[in-house]
Design a protein around this ligand. Structure first.
Ligand code: CTP
Length: 396
């Protein structure tokens, strides 16, 4: 691995206590780390331990850089291969989204022309606040890569999304960024997993997708050097490291997430999106009655994300769909490709005796303008690698 230099901006959140471990692991990989701490970060981790682990002095103030022997903040901002912000507090996210430059960290972020990765960390209510959602959307639109946050118990005792991504996930994102391969410089979007459509607060409509095929595709595209945005429903398998994860529950949320990521070079829709949702989900748990009628579930059609991508104004150069069929696989998949307007469709037989849904292996047929190409049965990772190579060839 080539040694690369990282400006590590540490802002003042409780997750800063994980940063010494992150620095240690980055240094073990041969990376150079230039630490920049906000004043608030000093409350959570000492500059002495950060500089000792980084083997580099810590910068906090713009005045730290006025010494003639030191470089200025503009030069510093461009002296690294990437800028990594961890943890990224709601305050720093807001400053980045609006271009504030009132301390060294925010000034560097405004002045840098190198790519930025951020691992946000904050209370769940702050994470879910519409202001933070807008700010994050702005950062993503500006090309900032967002890693996490994860769901879990927070230092404040609340539960939900807001915990900073684990050190291994942040390392994965950094590695993914530096990966060289035929898809370097390309942005790929992958949808994966099932969607859950609520019936009431405790029940939902779901399907048997485990998310294994979509996850393998995201990892294979990452391994070829692509920047990968991974939009996943509630899957059984763990999401891959080194990709930007967008977690959703429903088809409507998946569509919103996908639209917020565009434009991309290639989109692969591997998600098993529910075709229908409840016309209006119940706010309270539906109760059974001893004599009353059985519930009458009224459905509404969900948006078709693949068709929306294929026919939208920001159509990716290459759009790949999947066709989950239980009969007339090639005929149905061929018709589906034309109906949805995608370039390729990967047809697979998901009848229960094939064990594809939720299983480890897949037997697929790739259908494009030139016809149908049957691939031998192979592990889902094998399908993913072959598909990723094919995508790389197409995008050359
Ligand atoms: N898909 C989608 N949005 C939907 C439904 C499907 O993006 N609301 C995508 C899937 O991710 C897949 C492709 O469309 O790439 C085909 O999905 P599939 O379930 O096979 O087909 P359906 O659209 O459900 O059509 P049918 O009910 O006729 O099988």
């Amino acid at each position: 691995m080539d040694a690369k230099t990282i400006i590590l901006i540490i802002s003042g959140g409780i997750a800063a206590v994980k940063i010494p471990e992150l620095i240690r692991r980055l240094r073990d990989q041969g990376r150079s780390v230039i630490p920049v701490m906000t004043k608030a970060a000093h409350e959570f981790v000492t500059p002495l331990s950060v500089s000792a682990l980084a083997e580099h002095r810590v910068y906090t103030d713009l005045f730290d850089l006025t010494d003639e022997a030191e470089m200025g903040h503009i030069e510093l901002s461009r002296s690294a291969d990437i800028v990594l912000v961890a943890p990224g507090t709601a305050n720093l996210v807001a400053k980045m989204a609006h271009g504030f430059a009132d301390d060294l960290a925010s000034t560097l972020l405004l002045a840098t022309d190198t790519p930025v990765i951020i691992a946000p960390s904050m209370n769940v209510r702050m994470w879910e606040h519409p202001t933070t959602c807008r700010n994050l959307a702005q950062l993503r639109a500006d090309g900032v890569r967002v890693i996490g946050p994860n769901k879990g118990v927070m230092a404040c005792g609340e539960f939900g999304y807001g915990r900073m991504a684990e050190v291994t996930e942040i390392l994965g994102a950094v590695d993914g960024f530096f990966k060289v391969g035929p898809l370097q410089g390309k942005h790929a979007l992958v949808t994966s997993g099932p969607t859950h459509e609520p019936i009431d607060p405790v029940r939902y409509i779901a399907n048997r997708s485990s998310g294994a095929q979509g996850t393998a595709i995201a990892a294979a595209l990452r391994d070829l050097g692509a920047r990968v945005s991974f939009v996943t429903g509630p899957a059984d398998v763990a999401s891959p490291s080194g990709v930007e994860i967008h977690r959703v529950q429903t088809a409507v949320e998946m569509l919103q997430a996908v639209r917020s990521i565009l434009p991309v070079d290639v989109a692969v829709c591997a998600a098993a999106v529910a075709d229908w949702r409840m016309a209006s989900a119940h706010d309270q748990k539906m109760k059974k009655t001893t004599s009353g009628p059985l519930p009458n579930l009224e459905f509404a059609e969900n948006p078709d994300i693949l068709a929306d991508l294929s026919k939208g104004v920001h159509r990716p150069r290459l759009v790949v769909g999947f066709a989950a069929e239980t009969e007339y696989v090639i005929k149905n998949a061929t018709a589906k490709r034309l109906r949805k307007g995608c370039d390729w469709i990967v047809a697979n037989d998901v009848s229960s005796d094939t064990g594809v849904m939720g299983g480890q292996k897949n037997t697929v047929t790739l259908i494009d303008d030139n016809g149908a190409e049957a691939w031998d049965e192979m592990p889902k990772e094998g399908v993913a690698k072959r598909l990723a190579l094919r995508i790389a060839q197409d995008l050359k």
